[in-house]
Design a protein around this ligand. Structure first.
Ligand code: BF8
Length: 681
């Protein structure tokens, strides 16, 4: 690993190392190919930024007012505060809170777009279909909405109004969605801690208000607002997006599909849909599959018109329509760099500004479709619900036009493909395991040792996709069943871990469970907002077991944290009592262990630290029953996660019916603990 950051206890990879260690052969090939062409990608810009600022990396630079930036020097009494007097805790936690608020705002606007579409669909006379009737009735039951004699649209409207109120209200009343789904013991705990949120909109404003100059300088109070905002994030933006999407477009259905660059063929008109909100992408898929547009593509000389997906819009279309996906955050430039993309449609979030430069080199047209986001030089077709089909038509016509003028690349896209079983809604996971008690029995007897969710983004600071794959591989070898979403999901799909054939990579007891049911060891549950499906699974398993959630053998891992949104994902699980692993110490001064004075043995050391680190580890454990682990090296992270699950199981051994599985096998010895690469990975 090329770049050393001893003050963070990490080193980070060079582009050359990523090109060698990233597990997807298509990515390895494209990084080399674009390098040979002298084409700049994010990995080059990452190298150009080295070394990165150690104050920024540790979160001890404050730029929140015009007196700054203030850098503080922990341990130096003269410089341990900013000009205004803010101390380390106020600066570090305030910075984290602002990042969390930004991530929460991103999901909030995603939720708003789908909820507004849901409300339009339920206006009298609307012809917009509601494909998720089962979700409407389920939410009516949970929200206590009267259904007798009412149409599904009338009930869906009331559901939509509740979701929108949860997103935006300012009155001090708790979220209806949280009350409808969260465990009683957690609701009582959050009440006692005073962190029940009003709505995402309110808590975002409050986060910015509290962290402005002269605002809240009690970092513990800021930390509690962090937890409050994380609850708003989970229960109003994630649930609000995922449920409204299910009502509009239906529950995903399980299907075996092919993903990867092999679906990107030079002889097709290729349209890549990227972002998060499915509202326009759904129109595009429907229109592209009509004979009218397939005929237009053939008339332009192509074999067919193909829609492909990236990031979370990709997951939405993959799960509901089997649209092949190509990759994730750090892979988007590589996709364009194949030279095979005619149209790149970006809706909202996780769209690199760098895509336009590479698109210009390869003749790819770029379209932006969010009211909020634009890219200079791109065609802007802002989402307008009254013109959804027309916008899709304009976009696809642009794609067919681009196909006729786009220069042909000298080489075809890499041919790699992987099979995957996708479409795991909460309901489908339960069905696959014979209901909640079927899954609970497998957990109790230790045939499934624990449940982990491996999720989140990419980050050039850790080996691209190698971290996701190494963590997931080690977990399944340790008989831990994995759910996945977002960019992690794309890495794991491409690595073949969501194929039923990958059951052979699982530890013996998990393998048997999976093979008997024809299931993959890594269940793709959808987009990042669909982490709600894993949340529901964890909650309902704990309830079926009659145990508080924090006692269950569950864990969350985000090996490659990137977008500010990812902060809320981890903290949301933490509030539930599920411990969280993050693959990079983002924005926190990490403890550097030091030998104790006069130490003679290697285990005689002071672990170091600061109040913020202690809060998210030890105090969080005391308050919430869960802690935050930071471990950048995936093999070490996997050991840590397996140990965490083992500790939970040892504690459960006193409960009736819970068996302690044998000691953790040593599946990790062959691999490099830092990159996770080794035999079979
Ligand atoms: O919401 S995992 S980079 S694509 S933020 Fe973005 Fe992170 Fe990817 Fe989806 Ni999630």
């Amino acid at each position: 690993m090329k770049y050393k950051y001893p003050l963070l206890n990490v080193d980070t990879p060079s582009k050359e190392e990523v090109a060698k260690t990233t597990p997807n052969p298509a990515h390895r090939e494209l990084i080399q190919r674009l390098g040979a062409l002298g084409q700049e990608i994010a990995l080059d810009r990452y190298e150009a930024q080295q070394p990165q600022c150690l104050f920024g990396l540790r979160g001890i630079c404050c730029q929140r007012c015009l007196w700054g930036p203030c850098r503080i020097f922990p341990g130096d009494p003269k410089r341990s505060r900013g000009i205004c007097g803010a101390d380390l805790g106020t600066i570090v936690v305030g910075n984290l809170l602002r990042s969390l608020a930004a991530g929460c705002a991103a999901h909030a606007q995603h939720a708003l777009e789908v909820q507004q579409q849901l409300l339009r669909a339920t206006e009298p006379g609307s012809t917009i279909p509601l494909r998720g009737e089962a979700t409407v009735w389920e939410l009516a039951r949970r929200f206590g909405i009267a259904t007798n004699g009412r149409t599904v649209r009338e009930v869906a409207r009331e559901v939509g109004e509740i979701l929108l109120a949860d997103l935006t209200r300012h009155e001090d009343t708790p979220l209806r969605t949280l009350l409808a789904f969260a465990p009683r013991e957690r609701i009582e705990l959050w009440k006692r801690l005073g962190i029940l949120p009003r709505s995402a909109y309110h808590e975002i404003v409050e986060a910015l208000h509290k962290t402005s100059l002269g605002g809240d300088s009690d970092w513990r109070d800021l930390a509690l607002h962090e937890l409050r905002t994380a609850l708003a994030y989970g229960w109003s933006t994630l649930f609000g997006s995922s449920l409204a999407t299910e009502i509009l477009y239906g529950l995903p259905q399980p299907a075996e599909v092919e993903v990867g660059f092999g679906s990107l063929r030079l002889e097709n008109v290729n349209v890549v849909t990227h972002g998060h909100s499915p509202v326009l992408a759904e129109e595009i898929v429907a229109l592209a599959r009509t004979e009218e547009f397939q005929a237009k593509a053939r008339a332009a000389g192509a074999q067919r018109l193909e829609i492909l997906g990236l990031c979370c819009t990709g997951h939405e279309l993959l799960a509901r329509h089997g649209v092949p996906t190509l990759g994730n955050l750090l892979g988007q430039e590589l996709v364009i760099g194949t030279g095979a993309v005619d149209l790149f449609i970006a809706d909202m979030q996780c769209v690199l500004p760098g895509v336009k430069a590479i698109a210009d080199c390869f003749g790819t047209r770029v379209v932006t479709t969010s009211q909020a986001n634009r890219i200079p030089g791109a065609v802007h077709l802002p989402w307008d619900p009254a013109r959804g089909r027309q916008l899709a038509r304009e976009a696809l016509e642009l794609a067919i036009e681009a196909y006729q003028t786009r220069p042909r690349p000298s080489a075809a896209p890499p041919a790699s493909k992987a099979r995957a079983k996708v479409g795991y809604s909460y309901e489908e996971v339960l069905r696959a395991f014979g209901g909640i008690h079927g899954l609970l029995d497998l957990l109790r007897t230790g045939k499934i040792r624990g449940l982990a969710t491996v999720v989140g983004c990419n980050n050039p600071k850790v080996p691209y996709e190698a971290s996701h794959v190494a963590v997931a591989r080690a977990l399944i070898e340790g008989n831990v069943l994995v759910t996945t979403s977002g960019c992690a999901g794309h890495a794991l799909l491409a690595a073949g871990l969501s194929s039923p054939a990958a059951a052979q990579l699982a530890g013996p007891s998990l393998r048997k469970v999976l093979e008997e049911r024809g299931l993959p060891p890594v269940l793709p549950i959808g987009a990042c907002v669909d982490n709600t499906r894993t949340v529901r699974l964890f909650i309902d398993l704990a309830e079926a077991a009659g145990l508080p959630l924090h006692e269950m053998p569950f864990v969350y891992s985000g090996p490659e944290p990137g977008n500010e949104k990812t902060l809320g994902q981890g903290l949301n699980f933490l509030t539930l009592g599920v411990s969280v692993h993050t693959g990079f110490p983002a924005g926190v001064p990490v403890p550097i262990p030091q030998p104790l004075p006069g130490a003679t043995r290697p285990d005689e050391y002071d672990r170091g630290g600061n109040p913020v680190v202690d809060f998210f580890a030890d105090e969080a454990e005391a308050l919430l029953g869960a802690r935050l682990y930071t471990e950048p090296y995936p093999q070490l992270a996997a050991k840590l996660l397996l140990m965490h699950i083992r500790r939970k199981r040892l504690a459960l051994a006193s409960r009736p019916g819970w068996e302690v599985p044998p000691a953790i096998p040593e599946p990790l010895a062959a691999a490099d603990p830092r990159t996770g690469t080794g035999e079979g990975v």
